[in-house]
Design a protein around this ligand. Structure first.
Ligand code: G3P
Length: 226
């Protein structure tokens, strides 16, 4: 399973990119609104220049024509930009048109297998299943991911499944076990994925034990050779 970072924060994107394990970025209007910049185009272009993989930028429109117009405009910003289109009737029609025009779509705000299936049939490159929001509403979000993966494998459909709205590291484990192609994770969750208290204890103990024999190493270095 690949890991995308779910943020528009440039510092976090730079830090995560240095780790060498991030394959792409997903943004949305809420994530953009948390950042200082109001220049959407520059922000997306900068993200696209930091991360060579797919960078999802969302349209903010409801009608089919408006979605298509915005998507065409945004897709010219960088070669690796992917257009996030909501899983609505207008969004579905727009996705079909954009896919025919070779514009990559991330069919987003999917909460059901049917939405994901229709997005895939329309030619979306990705479908994003919002796991955390389904959990919040009393459903099992990861079951939807599992079912979508199964359906896409059965036919097969080339659309990649993104487990989105990830809230904690266990969601990542479950997404990988469910066969999601990608989990898009907030920066804080990425940090939680690598950290483990027993690793920290282990590192401290190794350093302390190594330090405890420093005098022996020093003596052996200064001892005359016979
Ligand atoms: O990628 C979609 C994600 O950003 C939504 O997450 O936490 O707002 O449900 P959340």
């Amino acid at each position: 399973m690949l890991i995308f970072l779910d943020t528009a924060n440039i510092d976090h994107i730079r830090q995560a990119a240095r780790l060498g394990i991030i394959s792409g970025i997903t943004t949305n209007p809420t994530l953009m609104s948390k950042e200082a910049t109001t220049d959407y185009q520059s922000a997306i272009k900068e993200i696209c220049s930091i991360v060579p993989g797919p960078v999802s930028a969302e349209v903010v429109a409801e009608g089919t024509e408006e979605i298509i117009e915005q998507a065409q405009h945004i897709s010219a910003w960088a070669p690796n930009v992917v257009i996030k289109v909501p899983a609505t009737i207008s969004g579905l029609e727009a996705t079909s048109a954009l896919a025919k025009d070779n514009i990559k779509v991330n069919f987003t705000l999917c909460f059901s297998v049917n939405q994901a299936l229709l997005g895939a049939l329309a030619g979306a490159a990705y479908v994003s299943i919002f796991v955390g929001r389904l959990d919040d509403a009393g459903h099992n979000g990861m079951e939807v991911v599992k079912d979508v993966v199964q359906v896409f494998r059965q036919y097969p459909l080339p659309t990649q499944v993104i487990a989105a709205s990830i809230r904690h590291p266990e969601h990542c484990v479950a997404a990988a076990k469910a066969g999601a192609h990608i989990a898009t994770v907030p920066f804080a969750v990425l940090m939680q994925m690598i950290r483990h208290p027993l690793t920290d204890v282990g590192v401290s103990r190794f350093l302390a034990d190594w330090q405890s024999i420093a005098h022996v190493r020093d003596q052996s270095k200064s001892a005359p050779r016979s």
